[in-house]
Design a protein around this ligand. Structure first.
Ligand code: FAD
Length: 501
């Protein structure tokens, strides 16, 4: 079959190809004699360390420069420590509800916060060691220190006042992002004054009596779950009408209800107007609609605000363009405006998720080492929140699908009647599927409930393979599993759910 391109399409392809930066052949030919490595990766977070390993697997000589800890934000301050803390709280709550399942526990059940945090630290250190082991196994040179560009092939790495120069043919920028203190009138202080960021929360040495957590995104809701679980009186303040506003709004509403049941005072559509220092903490003025209230707390935890790590690296000096939120990539091939330099993960200021950073790292490395122009795929990025109940989502929300002009069909099923959910004592939550009514294509899958962060991947596969509702209905789901509720939601989109009351 002949594929005829329109005149306009050909012109736009020519524009795209000529806009792509090319490597100067003179520089390319210098490569082997003058370079310490084929590739230097700057940053060893989930973007950088995965990129470094893949490059080594493809036969490249690789150096990874890291100024702090292997594993980056995710492993040391983000995904892993927060999930270790959540696991402790969840286990304690399971124990408290054990009597419902016939478990007899004599005496009181409480949390030893010091032990909980020691366990968290041990997990972080073990995982960090795991990355070090993988570097050794793949013969990746790990250089400690802060990297700064001298020219497009040269960096200077500084550690404790000592400097060394390294040259490479190509670079992957994977410097990630760091917490910032977003401005709140009157709130002037750091950890010692009771103003925490997520970095302080994962290294906390005590449980504050009262906390105000600002921001009802993933970070804010997860810490609300943790600190209310270990006994803090938590007020959660979110500006948007529902929690986790990036998700389908039904999920945010349900999560708000569940956190409320666990004792978190959830305030949505609310703003932290100002704070005033008082003995032992902060008096916070919170405005919800026309209602203004003053809430006294020991700690204000800023659950929002991160900044790409681009300062002090002379990036613009060598031609890497920056935008407001980080390093600019020319397109989803992840090349920057300097042809031998690519950028991945949080530092690009795009999607801030560990698995996206890793995916981008792999795409960038194949493009660099195999001369390809593959694009990262963002159609089916799972987004998860690890509260109890968990939240997981992939693809379009109902609202997004409608805005994009789809005629939408919805299927919904709850965990309540499901046999496995009842047996496990985890019956809260539901599954919602968004389907294109015309062709039956699955457009989005959204869930709240126990283990949904593990169950979302059938939605990821369905979206990537452009699966239809009928093909998913023909995929047998094991009994008894929580995943049967996903099948039930597909059936419901046809109005044929078996277990619907
Ligand atoms: P990073 O992990 O930030 O790593 C960048 C590394 O580069 C750092 O180690 C830094 O020290 C180093 N570096 C920076 N500049 C230089 C320099 N000039 N020279 C040398 N080294 C340098 N994401 C999820 O997907 N799931 C979750 O459950 C999740 N939970 C989170 C919970 C919290 C509390 C937070 C804060 C984040 C969470 N995230 C989660 C987000 C996730 O941590 C990030 O998206 C991810 O770490 C980004 O990876 P990265 O490799 O781009 O950067």
């Amino acid at each position: 079959m002949v594929n005829v391109l329109s005149h306009g399409k050909i012109e736009s392809l020519i524009r795209e190809i000529s806009a792509r930066p090319v490597i100067d052949p003179k520089e390319e030919s210098m490569a082997n004699e003058n370079f310490d490595a084929d590739l230097i990766v700057i940053g060893a977070g989930p973007g950088g360390y995965v990129a470094a390993i893949r490059a080594a697997q493809l036969g490249a000589k690789v150096i990874c420069v890291e100024k702090e800890y292997l594993g980056g934000t995710c492993l040391n301050w983000g995904c892993i420590p927060s999930k270790a803390m959540i696991a402790s709280v969840e286990r304690m709550q399971d124990a408290k509800h054990g009597a419902d399942l016939g478990v007899v526990i004599d005496g009181t059940i409480s949390m030893d916060f010091k032990k909980m945090m020691e366990r968290k630290e041990k997990i972080v250190q073990t995982q960090r060691g795991g990355v070090g082991y993988l570097f050794k196994k793949n013969k990746i040179e790990h250089v400690e220190g802060f990297a700064k560009f001298v020219d497009v092939h040269t960096i200077e790495v500084e550690k404790d006042g000592n400097k060394k120069t390294l040259r490479a043919k190509n670079f992957v920028l994977a410097m990630g992002s760091s917490v910032i203190h977003i401005p709140v009138p009157g709130l002037d202080g750091r950890r010692a004054e009771g103003v925490w960021t997520s970095d302080d929360a994962v290294t906390a040495d005590h449980v504050p009596g009262r906390m105000l957590i600002l921001g009802g995104g993933a970070v804010g809701v997860e810490f609300s779950y943790v600190f209310s679980g270990v006994g803090s009186e938590v007020t959660l303040v979110e500006m948007m009408p529902t929690l986790i506003p990036m998700f389908d709004e039904e999920l945010g509403k349900e999560l708000g209800k569940q956190l409320g049941r666990n004792g978190v005072k959830v305030k949505t559509g609310a703003a932290l107007e100002k704070c005033e220092k008082v003995a032992g903490g902060w008096k916070c003025t919170v405005k919800t609609g026309s209602q203004v209230e003053e809430i006294e707390v020991d700690v204000v935890l800023l659950g929002v605000g991160r900044k790409a790590n681009t300062d002090g690296m002379n990036l613009e000096g060598i031609g890497v363009k920056l935008h407001r939120r980080g390093v600019e990539v020319i397109d989803d091939t992840l090349q920057t405006h300097v042809p031998n330099i690519y950028a991945i993960g949080d530092v690009t200021g795009r999607i801030q998720l560990a698995h996206v950073a890793s995916h981008e790292g792999i795409i960038a490395v194949h493009n660099i080492l195999e001369g390809k122009a593959e694009k990262a795929q963002y159609k089916a990025v799972p987004n998860c929140v690890y509260t109890v109940p968990e939240v997981a989502s992939v693809g379009l929300t109902e609202e997004q699908a409608k805005t994009q002009g789809y005629d939408v069909k919805i299927g919904k099923a709850t965990f309540r009647p499901n046999g496995k959910a009842m047996a496990a004592g985890h019956q809260d939550g539901f599954v919602k599927v968004v389907v294109d009514a015309k062709y039956g294509e699955i457009l989005g899958l959204h869930m709240i409930g126990s283990h949904v962060t593990d169950m979302i991947h059938e939605g990821v596969a369905a979206l990537n393979l452009e699966a239809t509702l009928d093909s998913m209905i023909m995929s047998i789901h094991a009994h008894p599993t929580m995943a049967e509720v996903v099948l039930e939601a597909y059936e419901d989109a046809h109005g044929l759910a078996i277990h619907k009351a």
